[in-house]
Design a protein around this ligand. Structure first.
Ligand code: ZN
Length: 286
């Protein structure tokens, strides 16, 4: 398992806005990821466009030092043919970027169904099947994994609960699973429930930030590690054995809190390592 940078910290986000050239802003992103000691970078187009003033079509070659992934997040309605076509264009652009930069995973959100009628939800599900059929095939041919995030707040997203999400992904054994720990925990799933629902699925990535159940949405998600109540030792232990699994830190906090969160998560990873080494020794003795 490795850790990937997503958010760069409040002070860094302010700082990059004052850097005039695009080349220097890219260098700043690179240096920031190195100084935090991330092993990978998880690129979200909207964050790079809006907050950093950067176009992901121009990622410099020297970023190949990192393991790279693309997160085509955001809210997309795909209730009509036109919606489907514009989502398809966004995915096509995402795949171009991913292939050009040797990224190993592209992740998606389930479609947005906020205030949709029952008929619209029905066509949304059909269009989403069409989307996954097409792009999973492209992903496999390009040696990239395609992963679907576990956004399952039924009022906003197509799947109402992890049960509905699993019903969908079970039709696609090659589709990756991106677990958003913070959102699932905030929605009322305990660590044990997240693990029992998803441990035997094709998990490729975790979105990591702390959360508080029962709090206001903005105060309850995307928190620094230990500012909420998620047991990350338990979560990481359950998924750490997966080859090339990446954990992207979606923490909206100060630079110092991002650095501290990463160091705490690395401690948990180390403890899992020690446990498995001890396990191996015991196994050899038997
Ligand atoms: Zn997420």
């Amino acid at each position: 398992m490795y850790f990937a940078m997503d958010e760069i910290g409040f002070e860094n986000t302010e700082k990059i806005k004052n850097i005039t050239t695009e080349a220097e802003r890219w260098q700043f992103i690179y240096d920031t990821a190195k100084s935090y000691d991330f092993e990978g970078i998880h690129f979200t187009p909207s964050l790079y466009n809006k907050d950093f003033g950067l176009d992901l079509n121009n990622i410099p070659e020297y970023f190949q030092d990192f393991k790279l992934t693309l997160h085509n997040g955001g809210l997309h309605k795909i209730n009509t043919e036109d919606d489907y076509n514009s989502f398809d264009v966004a995915l096509s652009q995402g795949f171009d970027i991913a292939i050009r930069n040797n990224m190993h995973d592209i992740s998606l959100h389930p479609p947005d169904i906020y205030e949709a009628s029952e008929n619209e939800k029905k066509s949304c599900l059909e269009f989403f099947h069409k989307t996954i059929d097409k792009w999973l095939n492209t992903a496999t041919k390009s040696n990239i994994t395609l992963s679907l995030e576990t956004h399952v707040t039924g009022k906003y997203f197509l799947f109402d609960g992890l049960g509905g999400y699993i019903e969908f992904i079970n039709k696609y054994p090659d589709l990756g699973v991106l677990i958003d720990v913070s959102h699932n925990y905030y929605d009322g799933y305990s660590e044990d429930e997240i693990i029992s629902h998803l441990a035997d699925k094709n998990v490729k990535c975790l979105h990591i930030s702390d959360a508080l159940q029962g709090a206001d949405f903005r105060e309850g998600t995307h928190l620094a590690i230990e500012d909420g109540s998620v047991d990350f030792a338990k979560i990481l232990k359950a998924f750490a054995h997966i080859p090339n699994l990446y954990s992207a830190l979606e923490i909206k906090a100060t630079n110092e809190s991002v650095a501290k969160s990463l160091s705490m998560l690395k401690q948990h990873r180390l403890q899992n390592c020690h446990k498995s080494v001890r396990g191996d020794i015991k196994w050899e003795r038997i």
